[in-house]
Design a protein around this ligand. Structure first.
Ligand code: FEO
Ligand code: CA
Ligand code: CA
Ligand code: CA
Length: 734
């Protein structure tokens, strides 16, 4: 394994960053010795210790990805490799105050403002020292900040939280809506170790919920702009809540970034609204963000009564004002951002960082911090044929920024002033970052949507990306930066609208960066396009965060192991490695392992969603691949792409398989890498609402069937956070 560049690069980073040397041999070096124990190595060193030559160190042998890969599984359980175990830290509905009752999980529970929300998604670890101050080294006390993306629902209703499944016709009762709204948003919770295991602290004063009704502040270029004025905030500086929070990021100054993803569908826009707006450019914007007039909302929350908290979901011009301060015609513009939250200070409102653009945000991944250089933040827009973005701060990094006590002021410094770019991937393996600035002549010449100012560009970044010819991608989900070399990885989860011929305006034609069109069979259904997804990676020119050009290749192509090795399973995945629809993505700071999580519907006839561990190489470590397609007119369409080095059995292994119908998402760890937190989102989401009274028909009972919470083997399934540890006390992934 020593010829794999990833080992060297990971090792270099760990040596330089941690300076972690034992008896002259770094623990990281053990990975290169493939199983030689520390005691053996330490014994070679004559400088070792000096006082206790007969003592044998007990530190376990460590090899990255030293575990045995697990098989695919359809079982209703979380499966881990031998030598690993997990416990459930928290689940949907668990109480977050001392006085909130335990979750009964029978549909009768209320007061979700004081409970964990649903669909646990991205999350980050924020260490606490014994006095409750921020710590970057604490391994036994911390805050976890986590997203609650959505709910398991069918025909309007989040049916598992209602006794009889709830109401599936309009109007929705206020009693149901008032339960469903706070299932969304963000939770902050204190965790601490008791008897060696992490538990959450129900009565911690740090515990906090942000819901779609919590007042938040607008920051960045759109603050106070005409596009943000609503009846709720007539000066456009505030709004209510955050919604459909999906991926996360952890800022180098100790705050959470949370991405608002599929927020558009929660709003309704009645027929006739285009004309009411005079068919002005706001209609162009609304359509680009998925709200044609006549669009119905996901839950019908707008129907629950005349109270303003319900009316805000009606995205229509109903008032007589010219500026929208008497209705919610502009309300859609208050969603779709990266929001920043200070987990350590619940008195501070969440800030929407409008400068970073407005789209279906996933994670926000920081470039490596270099003193004197700007910070880059990488972001994806998760919808079919949408774009990849980069933010570059005007401010440059200094070491003091990491520990400044006013963390949101540090956020103002790096997240308000800078440049927003969108990516273009070229057929020769290079790419360009195109600045989305109002001063860009291409933008000012764009007649489809005449941009007024930089705020307009930020709020309508998808339209700006259209204007400059950004590359349409196969659904950019999470991104993550390899700490060893600064390269940026993006999961492109799948795309059913990738074709060989552009048969409609919603279809994109295969290109170098999105090169596959194939058929994957699920049961008797043919799935076409790129149903299994891929992971693309970028190396900035000279490794600079502010670079405007890059090189790229495809780290891994998702595929079934039995698929055609020249056209589909290009990465040569084996049965221990094959996966479909990569989504969550994170590099462990402790080990440098690249963790890949899936949110799949294509391979779920064979396996539940999973998490894999990979040892990353580097852009350009593989080879050029030539593909060829035949178009419907009989002509040939050649496509050249660039595949990373094929993984070996030692560099990519399946590590976890989740319970039935879940997705795996969110990953964070203790600074020593010995405890990893992972979210099991929406187990049992394939359950039919009509079967709510018959638990034998629920498709999952996890984690009740694991012994967590009420209900046992007939429990309603719950999204939950698990803590994974290695039985021998070693680091996770070894
Ligand atoms: Fe919330 Fe795109 O996953
Ligand atoms: Ca299949
Ligand atoms: Ca996701
Ligand atoms: Ca997904």
């Amino acid at each position: 394994t020593s010829d794999n560049p990833s080992f060297n690069s990971v090792l270099e980073t760990r040596l330089s960053r941690r300076g972690f040397v034992l008896g002259g041999v770094s623990s990281g070096a053990l990975a290169l010795f493939g199983g030689v124990s520390l005691s053996t190595l330490a014994g070679c060193n004559s400088d070792d210790d000096g006082g206790s030559s007969t003592t044998t160190p007990t530190t376990p042998t460590e090899k990255l990805l030293g575990f045995t890969a697990i098989a695919k599984s359809l079982a209703d359980m979380v499966t881990l490799p031998a030598g690993y175990s997990y416990s459930v830290l928290c689940a949907l509905g668990d109480p977050l105050t001392a006085t909130t009752p335990a979750y009964k999980n029978d549909g009768s529970d209320t007061d979700f403002d004081n409970r964990f929300g649903d669909h646990h998604d991205g999350m980050e670890y924020f260490g606490l020292d014994a006095s409750g101050k921020p710590s970057t080294t604490s391994t036994d006390r911390a805050l976890i900040a986590m997203n609650h993306e959505a709910t398991t629902d069918e025909t309007l209703s989040s049916f598992f939280v209602h006794t009889n499944g709830g109401t599936k016709t309009l109007p929705r009762p206020a009693s149901e809506v008032d339960k469903e709204v706070p299932l969304h948003g963000i939770s902050v919770v204190e965790i601490s170790k008791a008897s060696g295991a992490f538990k959450y602290v129900q009565n911690s004063s740090f515990n906090r919920r942000i819901t779609p009704l919590t007042e938040v502040e607008i920051h960045g270029p759109a603050r106070g702009n005409a596009l943000l004025k609503t009846k709720y905030s007539t000066d456009g500086t505030k709004s209510r809540g955050t919604l459909n929070n999906c991926g996360t990021g952890r800022t180098p100054w100790g705050t959470l970034l949370s991405g608002e993803e599929n927020w558009s569908g929660y709003f309704t826009r009645p027929t006739g609204d285009d004309a009411a707006r005079g068919n002005d450019k706001s209609v162009t914007s609304l359509k680009r963000y998925g709200r044609n007039e006549g669009a119905a909302s996901r839950h019908g929350w707008e129907s629950a009564g005349s109270d303003d908290k319900y009316a805000r979901w009606i995205n229509a011009k109903t008032g007589t004002s010219t500026d929208g301060t008497d209705d919610y015609r502009n309300e859609l513009n208050t969603m779709g951002y990266i929001v920043e939250l200070d987990p350590y200070d619940k008195t501070k409102a969440v800030r929407k960082r409008t400068a970073l653009g407005r789209f279906a945000h996933e994670s926000a991944a920081f470039s490596r911090q270099v003193v004197g250089k700007p910070l880059a933040i990488y972001q994806g827009d998760d919808a079919r044929n949408e774009y990849i973005y980069k933010w570059v701060s005007t401010a440059t990094w200094s070491a003091a920024d990491a520990t400044a006590t006013d963390r949101l002021a540090t956020g103002d410094k790096f997240l308000n002033d800078g440049k927003l770019y969108v990516a273009r991937f070229n057929a020769d393996g290079t790419g360009n970052w195109i600045e989305l600035a109002i001063t860009n002549p291409t933008l000012s010449a764009y007649t489809t949507y005449p941009f007024a100012d930089q705020a307009d560009v930020s709020v309508n970044s998808r339209l700006a990306g259209d204007a400059v010819g950004a590359t349409k991608m196969d659904r950019p989900e999470w991104c993550a930066v390899n700490p060893a070399n600064g390269e940026i990885y993006f999961t492109l989860t799948n795309n059913s609208n990738r074709k060989v011929d552009a048969t409609s305006s919603s279809h994109s034609v295969v290109d170098s960066a999105n090169p596959r069109y194939y058929t994957d069979v699920k049961g008797t259904t043919n799935q076409t396009g790129n149903p299994n997804g891929h992971i693309i990676r970028i190396a900035e020119t000279n490794g600079e965060s502010a670079a405007t050009s890059f090189k790229w290749d495809v780290f891994l192509f998702g595929a079934e192991s039995t698929a055609d090795g020249t056209k589909v399973n290009i990465s040569g995945l084996t049965a221990d490695q094959d996966f479909s629809s990569p989504d969550g993505l994170a590099f462990a700071a402790s080990t440098g392992i690249c963790w890949i999580q899936t949110d799949d519907g294509a391979y779920t006839d064979v396996t539940n969603c999973m998490m894999l561990a990979a040892l990353p190489g580097m852009v350009g470590d593989g080879s050029k691949v030539s593909l060829s397609y035949t178009k419907t007119d009989g002509t040939t369409l050649p496509v050249t792409t660039y595949a990373g080095k094929k993984p070996s059995a030692d560099t990519l292994k399946r590590f976890l398989v989740g319970s039935i119908a879940c997705e795996i998402t969110g990953m964070c760890e203790t600074p020593d890498g010995k405890a990893m937190f992972v979210n099991i989102q929406h187990p049992g989401e394939t359950t039919k609402m009509a079967d709510i009274a018959d638990p034998t028909k629920y498709t999952s009972h996890w984690p009740g069937n694991y012994g967590y919470g009420a209900g046992g083997n007939s429990a309603r399934p719950r999204s939950a956070t698990i803590v994974i540890t290695k039985t021998d006390g070693g680091r996770v992934g070894t």
